[in-house]
Each structure stands twice: as structure tokens, then as C-alpha cells.
Design a protein around this ligand. Sequence first.
Ligand code: ZN
Ligand code: ZN
Length: 172
Amino acid sequence: MGKRYYCDYCDRSFQDNMHNRKKHLNGVQHHRAKQAWFHSFRDAAAILSEEQSKKPCRKFIQTGQCGFGSSCRFSHMTEKDIASLEWQIEDERRRAEEPAGGGVSPERSAADWLSRREKRLALHSSGRLEEEEEASPQASDVPPHFLSIPNLPPPLAPTPTGWRDASHTEWG
Ligand SMILES: [Zn+2]
Ligand SMILES: [Zn+2]
């Protein structure tokens, strides 16, 4: 079972291998589709500002069609169309600003650290856990103030009876 390569520009997928990919990416059809895609994006901003400067076409809104078609001097765009255009432009702008495969985000390095730590813990539990526990109680990579939290000595968490007993011995 092979992976599928999906080409956004051509809106089609094919079996992902070097041969198919190279053939597709060098193909005339793909170049055309890619150009058209960039072209349509550049136009999206132009269309939006043009449509927003026009008044809505009453005929189109009421009947869903208008004989003037794209040459109508009124706008044939619904609010939804305009909203999706705005979204498209905004989305593309955001994508253009973030370089693909850019710097490592803090979340990612934290995840890396956690997975490394998990592997280390797995190593411990699978092997020489008992020996190491006696020698140094899991102190290797945990900061001291973390260790102190689960190891609170019992007197720091007194029960009501404990307090009463204590006052008895002090006052009585
Ligand atoms: Zn393509
Ligand atoms: Zn119209």
C-alpha cells in the first residue's frame, strides 16, 4: 500500500513515488495549474476590492441570475462569497509570512524533550531499575524542587486529631 501524493494546484492525487512526482511536477498541466492558482490568488484581492466598490445587483440577489453576467456593473457576490474571498486572501497572506519549515517552535522542543524523557524512562523501567533506585532515587534529571513536592514529610499535613493530640501534650 503506497502513499498518495496530493497536488493542491491540480486538485488531484496519484501514487507517491519519485517517478510519478517528477513526471507530474514537470508536466505542462501542472505548470498551468500552478500558474492559474497564483493568478487566481492575485486576482482574489483585486476582485474583492472591485466587488466591494460595487452595489449589489438586485436582480441577481432576487432571482439568482443576471443577464449581464460578469460584465454587470453591480456586484454578483453574496456576503458569503465576499467573506470566503477575504478568508482566502487572509489565509494566503498568513502562509506567505510564515516560511515553511521555519524555526523550531517552543511547543515542538518541549514535545521533543518529553519524548526523549519518555524513552529514557522506558529504558529505566525495562532494565536496571531496581539497582538504580537504591543507588540514587530517580534524581538524575529532575530538579530538586520537583522532588520535594511528592516527598512532603507527614507532619506538614496534620489531621485535626493530630493537632488536638499535639495541644494536649503541650498544655496538659
Ligand atoms: Zn500538480
Ligand atoms: Zn447583475
